[in-house]
Ligand binder design. Structure first.
Ligand code: AMP
Length: 395
C-alpha cells in the first residue's frame, strides 16, 4: 500500500496537526541556543507547503531529548519556536504544555495560526502510546500529518495511537515520504553491485541489520570498532580494541551465515597504546596485545575504495574509526571521498556517519543523507516502521 502524503490532502481551511522531529542539539552552556538546526530546516518544506495550501491552523508537535515524562526546562522546545518564527517571518505561539484545557480555546481565536506544542515527552503518556493522550492531541485538528522520520520507529502516542482518530485523514509529510522512498530504492530495487558499508561501535544494535543486508548485497564492508569482534571470531588477535565476548559470539553467527563470502574486513589498522594516543600503522590483520585499533589502515582503505568504485548502489551506516579525533579520521573520510566520487546511488544514515559526511565537505555529492539513524536501521531490518504502518492502515 502506497504512502499517502500531504499533496493528496484537501488542506484549505483545515486545522492540521503535524508531528515533526525537532530533537535538535542545544549548546551545553546556553540552553536557548540550537547548535545544529538541520532537523528544523528540513521540516520547512512541509511547513511552507501546508501554509501555502491555506490551512487555518498549523499545530506542530515534537519530542525533545529524554525528560522521562517530567517537565524539565532544559528540554523545552522554546528555542525551536523562536527559530521557526524567525525562519517563517510569522508569529509562532508556544504552549506551556502539549495538552492543556485552555489550549482548545486559544486555538479558537482567529489570531492564533501557528502553534508549537511544548515537548510531548513532558507527559509520560507520550512514550506509553496512551490512547487518551493521543485523543486529546487529535481533538485540536481535522487532519494529522507525520513528518518525523527520526521518530517513526517509535510506537508513541503522537506517532502511533493518534492515527486511530484520523480515519482517511492521516498523511505523510514531505520529509517522511522522501526518506522512505530513498530507503525503498536501495532495499527493494537496488542497482547492482549493491555494497553496504557498516561501521561504528554498537555491534549488537546493528547485527540484525547486517543479517538482513547480507541477503541482498553483493559486498558488505565492515569497519570501525564493528570489525574487531569479526576478526577475533576468525581467530585473529585484536589487542585491547573494543571487543566484547557477546559481540564475538554474534559475529561468529554472521560469519557462518556468510556463505557467499560477501564480507570484507580490515587487513591493516591504525593503532595506539591508548584511546586517542599517538597513532601507528599496524601492517597486519593481527593487532599486538598492548595496542588498540582506532581506524582502518592504508591497505584497507585501498581495498574498500576499490569495492566502492565498482558499486551501483551504496548504503552506509557508521564511521570506519574514532573519526572525532583527527589522527583517526582518515579511513572514514577516504571512504566518504570514494563514495562521493562514484556514480552509484549513495544513501548515508546514522548520526555519526552523517556528521562525518558533513565534515568531509562531500554531503552534496550523496544521493540521500538520512535524518534518522535508528529509524533507517529498523526499516532495513524489518522493512517497516510502526509510525509508517499506522499512517497507511490506521491502528
Ligand atoms: P555507532 O553509533 O555505532 O555508529 O558508533 C559511532 C562511534 O563509534 C563513533 O563515536 C566512533 O568514534 C566510534 N568508533 C568507531 N570506530 C572505533 C574504534 N576503532 N575504536 C573506538 N571507537 C570507535
Amino acid at each position: 500500500m502506497a504512502l499517502k502524503d500531504i499533496t493528496q490532502a484537501e488542506l484549505n481551511g483545515k486545522r492540521v496537526i503535524v508531528r515533526f522531529d525537532f530533537n535538535v542539539p542545544l549548546d551545553k552552556e546556553d540552553k536557548t541556543k540550537i547548535t545544529d538546526t538541520t532537523r528544523v530546516d528540513l521540516a520547512l518544506e512541509t511547513i511552507n507547503y501546508l501554509l501555502e495550501q491555506g490551512v487555518s491552523k498549523l499545530i506542530m508537535m515534537s519530542h525533545h531529548g529524554r525528560p522521562k515524562g517530567k517537565v524539565n526546562p532544559d528540554f523545552s522546545l522554546e528555542p525551536v519556536a523562536d527559530y521557526l518564527a524567525q525562519k517563517l517571518g510569522q508569529e509562532v505561539l508556544m504552549t506551556e504544555a502539549a495538552v492543556d484545557v485552555g489550549l482548545k480555546e486559544l486555538l479558537g481565536l482567529n489570531s492564533t495560526k501557528i502553534v508549537l506544542l511544548q515537548n510531548l515527552r513532558f507527559h509520560p503518556e507520550e512514550t506509553a502510546n496512551d490512547e487518551g493522550f493521543a485523543k486529546k492531541l487529535a481533538n485540536y485538528a481535522d487532519i494529522y500529518v507525520n513528518d518525523a522520520f527520526g521518530a517513526a520507529h517509535r510506537m508513541h502516542a503522537s506517532t502511533y495511537a493518534i492515527n486511530k482518530f484520523f480515519p482517511g485523514n492521516a498523511f505523510a509529510g514531505l520529509l517522511l515520504k522522501k526518506e522512505i522512498e530513498a530507503l525503498d530504492k536501495v532495499l527493494k530495487s537496488p542497482a547492482k553491485p549493491f555494497v553496504a558499508v557498516v561501521g561504528g561501535a554498537k555491534v549488537s544494535d546493528k547485527i540484525k541489520t547486517i543479517e538482513r543486508l547480507l541477503v541482498n548485497v553483493n559486498n558488505l564492508i565492515i569497519g570501525g570498532a564493528m570489525a574487531y569482534p569479526f576478526l577475533k571470531a576468525m581467530g585473529h588477535e585484536v589487542g585491547t580494541s573494543l571487543c566484547s565476548d557477546e559481540d564475538v559470539a554474534l559475529a561468529q553467527g554472521i560469519l557462518k551465515a556468510d556463505k557467499g563470502k560477501k564480507l570484507s574486513l580490515p587487513i591493516d589498522h591504525i593503532v595506539s597504546n591508548e584511546f586517542g594516543g599517538k597513532p601507528e600503522t599496524c601492517d597486519s590483520i593481527d593487532i599486538p596485545a598492548s595496542q588498540m585499533g582506532l581506524d582502518i589502515g592504508p591497505k584497507t582503505i585501498t581495498q574498500f575504495s576499490d569495492i566502492i568504485s565498482k558499486a551501483q548502489t551504496i548504503l552506509w551506516n557508521g564511521p570506519m574509526g574514532a573519526f572525532e579525533l583527527s589522527d583517526y579520521n582518515k579511513g572514514t573520510f577516504a571512504l566518504c571521498e570514494a563514495m562521493a566520487g562514484s556514480d552509484a546511488y549513495t544513501l548515508v544514515g546514522g548520526g555519526d556517519s552523517v556528521s562525518a559526511v558533513n565534515q568531509s565537505g562531500y554531503a552534496e555529492k550523496f544521493s540521500h543523507v538520512s535524518t534518522g539513524g535508528g529509524a533507517s536501521l529498523e526499516y532495513i531490518e524489518k522493512g517497516q516502521l510502526p509510525g509508517v504502518q499506522a499512517l497507511k492502515f490506521g491502528v
